[in-house]
Design a protein around this ligand. Structure first.
Ligand code: MG
Length: 395
């Protein structure tokens, strides 16, 4: 077999919107746009509260529109930008459905990503999805909508990008298992007995990845991996029994796919989110870049171990939520967002994060239909309970 040789004619740059351009994934997407100005045209950017950085980005990339988080905030900011300024949830939808978009990068954190993602899917644009909550809350419904509208969802999350790449050219019937790798976070070697004294600073110190605070805490509890299992279930349309998690502290193997003949494929690289972000933009092409590559002349070892579910009970909760299906993952996700927020504010102990999520799951007794409206309602019900419950102490 020969590697395909082809010389492409120059193509016009792709028109890209970035929802959440001032966050970790958003700013790295702009780094890629800087690296490939002839390939990428940034036409819409949005920020939550960091208006100063959004202004700098707009001055550099001259987008056709911007949007800010605070509802009603656009009016007072219109003289700061030389393009239309939108705001609030409607502003995100305007940016996500801006004229002739090729790719919408959804780099928002939390369930706020759902509405603009639905809007973007309906236009048939490619979605470069970094917002895992969207698939956790409504992956079944989003995928159905995407196939109706011919929208392609390419994951930005490093594990899912790895699996996506391993599955290229393969048939679903030959896949026996997806294996998501997890770094194990900062507490992999910490004894279970001392989990009660974990501080906010310790939880924020992730060994391999630089990320926003919510996802860093989710990595420490491994809820992040739990949410990624749910995400994988919908992205790749495989049942939970065919999805596994393995701890791989070096974060070099980003994930693996095992096939029925006993062969496995893995995707490897240094821990750098720019690679999966760029892949989501360039696919089916690969663009030459100056990202760091692995140096195989350097001695290195790759370790793997099974996760300890007593240390990481959130992983078990996530698998159980996925098995129950319907709105249960949405409840899990909403409760977790509030629990992490309460932990970051000093209102919850580290080990109480997962306990609070568990309590919320047992307290929500409403029944929900399989509609976007009801998923949003489930999210709201769970948030309310998660805010009102007293901090769980002992189990
Ligand atoms: Mg990940």
């Amino acid at each position: 077999m020969r590697v395909e040789k082809r010389i492409d004619k120059p193509t016009p740059p792709i028109r890209v919107a970035i929802l959440g351009s001032t966050g970790s994934i958003g700013t790295q997407t702009l780094d890629i746009a800087r690296m490939h100005p002839e390939r990428i045209d940034i036409v819409a950017i949005t920020a939550g509260a960091n208006v100063g950085l959004l202004e700098e980005q707009a001055a550099e990339f001259s987008p056709e529109c911007v949007s800010i988080g605070a509802k009603g905030g656009a009016a007072s900011l219109s003289n700061h930008f030389s393009c239309p300024v939108f705001d609030g949830s409607d502003g995100l939808v305007r940016a996500a459905t801006w004229l002739n978009l090729d790719v919408v990068v959804v780099a928002l954190v939390g369930a706020v990503g759902l509405k603009p993602t639905i809007a973007a899917v309906k236009t048939g644009s490619r979605i470069a999805l970094a917002n895992k909550e969207t698939l956790v809350v409504a992956g079944d419904l989003i995928q159905e909508l995407a196939s109706q509208h011919g929208a392609e969802i390419i994951p930005v999350d490093s594990e899912h990008s790895a699996i996506y790449q391993c599955l290229l050219g393969e048939r679903e019937e030959f896949v026996s298992r997806l294996i998501l790798t997890a770094s194990g976070g900062p507490f992999r070697k910490r004894s279970l007995e001392s989990f009660g004294s974990i501080t906010r600073e310790e939880a924020m110190a992730h060994p391999n990845w630089e990320m926003g605070s919510k996802i860093t805490i989710d990595s420490a509890t491994m809820m992040n991996k739990g949410l990624e299992v749910i995400e994988a279930r919908w992205l790749f349309d495989l049942p939970p029994e065919k999805i596994d998690v393995v701890i791989h502290p070096q974060s070099i193997v980003h994930s693996m796919v095992e096939f029925v003949d006993g062969s496995s494929k893995a995707q490897l690289g240094p821990p750098d989110m720019k690679v999966p972000i760029q892949f989501a933009l360039s696919y089916p092409e690969r663009w030459k870049s100056d990202h760091e590559v692995l140096d195989w002349s350097e001695t290195r070892s790759l370790d793997f171990e099974a996760p300890d579910l007593r240390k990481y009970p959130s992983l078990g909760l996530a698998f159980e939520a996925l098995r129950q299906g319907g709105a249960v993952p949405a409840i899990l996700n909403a409760a977790n967002e509030i629990a992490v927020d309460r932990f970051l504010k000093g209102d919850l102990e580290f080990i109480a994060i997962t306990r609070l999520v568990e309590e919320v799951l047992s307290q929500v007794t409403d029944s929900f239909e399989d509609s976007f409206e009801d998923r949003v309602r489930a999210d709201q019900v769970a948030r309310k309970i998660a805010k009102e419950l007293g901090a769980p102490t002992s189990h």
